[in-house]
Design a protein around this ligand. Structure first.
Ligand code: SF4
Ligand code: SF4
Length: 83
């Protein structure tokens, strides 16, 4: 069996009854790609599955909870004031 990194099957977020949940956000995560090693831990913890395999964050659905920044072992995500 391959020892390479395995991708998890995850569905993308969709607009639900509450609309685009990104509108709830007051701060947004910003990824420092120089620090990020693409481990994917932030993706696993994001409650909205708003982070894709390239560690790009879908701000239409990111609620700004900060869990990704909290869990990142490289401290590569900073929460910044959004609106
Ligand atoms: S947890 Fe941090 S280091 Fe890992 S993929 Fe996310 S931003 Fe990159
Ligand atoms: S701030 Fe919260 S909702 Fe937004 S990407 Fe990070 S974990 Fe997901």
């Amino acid at each position: 069996m391959s020892q390479g990194r395995q991708r998890l099957a995850m569905s993308r977020p969709k607009q639900g009854a509450a609309g685009r949940t990104g509108f709830w956000r007051i701060s947004k995560p910003v990824v420092d790609k120089d620090k990020c090693d693409s481990c994917g831990i932030c993706r696993m913890y994001c409650p909205d599955n708003a982070i894709d395999g390239n560690i790009e964050i879908d701000l239409e659905f990111c609620k700004g909870c900060g869990i990704c920044a909290n869990e990142c072992p490289k401290k590569a995500i900073e929460m910044v004031r959004d609106r």
